[in-house]
Ligand binder design. Structure first.
Ligand code: ZN
Length: 187
C-alpha cells in the first residue's frame, strides 16, 4: 500500500523543517516497516499564482515516491468579489440540484411506457428507478432537460473561472508565498 498526500506550509525555514519532520513521523506511524519518508523533500524553486495551479503542476510532473514541494501565492484575505462569486456558485449548484430532483424521469413521465433511444427497449414506468435505461444505461430524460442541466454546469464553470482569476489577481497583488508539498510513502 502507498499513501499520497498534499500539505502546505508557510515559506519560512522553520515551517518547512517542521512540515518535513511531521510528515516523517506520520509516515513512520502508518508504516508497517516504520521506514518514514523514502527521501527528503525536494524544494523546487517554482512559484505558481494559485494553490490549484501548484497542485496541477505536482500532479502533471508526478514521479513515484518523490517528496516534492513548489511555491504558490495565496491571497491575504477573501475580497468581496470572491465572496460574491462563492455565493453565486453555491446558488447555481443548489438550483441545479433542485432542478434535477424535480425532473426525475420516473416522476415526470406521463405515459405507461418509456422508449429508450439507445437500445430501443420499451420500459415500464413503474420499474424505472433512476433516469437511466437499465438495459444500456442511456439517459432517458428529454433533450431540453439535459440541455438545462448542461447550462447550469456551464454557468458554474464560468463562475469558477472568474473566481480563479480573481483569486490569482489578489494573490499577485498581495499574496503571501506558501509551499505545497506532495508526499508519497509506503504504509
Ligand atoms: Zn436502453
Amino acid at each position: 500500500m502507498h499513501q499520497i498526500r498534499y500539505e502546505d506550509c508557510k515559506d519560512t525555514a522553520q515551517a518547512r523543517e517542521w512540515l518535513e519532520k511531521m510528515a516523517n513521523v506520520e509516515a513512520q506511524d502508518e508504516s508497517d516497516s516504520g521506514g518514514g519518508l523514502p527521501g527528503p523533500i525536494v524544494w523546487r524553486d517554482k512559484t505558481f499564482s494559485t494553490y490549484d495551479k501548484a497542485h496541477e503542476y505536482l500532479e502533471k510532473t508526478y514521479r513515484p515516491y518523490e517528496q516534492v514541494g513548489v511555491k504558490y501565492k495565496a491571497p491575504v484575505k477573501e475580497t468581496k468579489v470572491m465572496r460574491d462569486l462563492n455565493v453565486r456558485i453555491n446558488d447555481e449548484l443548489g438550483k441545479k440540484n433542485e432542478y434535477i430532483r424535480s425532473h426525475m424521469k420516473k416522476d415526470t413521465c406521463t405515459s405507461k411506457y418509456v422508449g429508450c433511444v439507445g437500445c430501443g427497449s420499451k420500459l415500464s414506468r413503474e420499474h424505472l428507478s433512476g433516469n437511466h435505461c437499465p438495459v444500456c444505461g442511456t439517459d432517458l430524460r428529454s433533450i431540453s432537460t439535459l440541455k438545462r442541466i448542461e447550462a447550469f454546469d456551464k454557468k458554474v464553470k464560468m463562475l469558477r473561472k472568474r473566481l480563479e482569476d480573481e483569486t490569482a489577481k489578489q494573490a499577485e497583488k498581495n499574496g503571501n508565498v506558501r509551499w505545497l508539498v506532495k508526499f508519497e510513502y509506503h504504509c
